[in-house]
Design a protein around this ligand. Sequence first.
Ligand code: GLP
Length: 242
Amino acid sequence: MECRIFDDYNGLSDAAAELIIQIVERKPDAVLCFATGNSPVGTYRALAIKAKERGIDFSQCFCFGLDEWLGIPPEKKGSCHYLLYEQVFHPLGIQESQVHLFDGLTKDIDMECRIMNGEIDYAGGIDCMLVGIGLNGHIGFNEPGVDMELRAHEQELHGSTLASGQLYFNEPTAIAKGITLGMAQVMNARTLLLLANGISKSEIIHKACDGPVTNEVPASYIQKHRHAVLMIDKEAASKLDK
Ligand code: GLP
């Protein structure tokens, strides 16, 4: 695991965007996977600006979404679908045909998961997966205690996830479950880019990096990933042992 600590959120966002650009420059048909949440917003903003300035071509890339709230329509502001189109796909000129996302309104969750797994296999796996970390150490919606062998699956969400999730919506929204790529897919990403910023993430970053590797802190598996890059600001890094 490579850990890079930045003075502030802008530095972190800039470096994360650069890393994604490097991957796409090296492999124009790269397979990318994006999380939503607050952590990557600056990265997506920087990516859009840099891509425009430098004419980075995303037209051969294929993109997956990491997770989605079950029961939330794609057009609803706050859904992962809505946010990914707004923050990533539209600014980068990525077309619908280059994207596969979970359908939060699916009536057949098993089928939805099988289709997602099949699409990832068909794409040849994920070159770069950008993720955040939940306050309880989740990645995507892989909550503490998750079976590490799982691929796409449905997940009952924990209290802290529901509380922070509510903040992505501009009105009170009934959320209870999520659908997510599994830890097997997180661990299989050829590059795993994990972003965290702010003092609120310092304790969980300490646990994930310095603590034992355990499914009680899914993000602790970053220590075992073959190519994980952790980009954090000084505040999130403030409780690290070294
Ligand atoms: C959410 C999402 C994750 C996200 C994480 C951290 O529940 N399911 O994909 O990465 O929590 O979010 P944030 O970056 O807003 O702290």
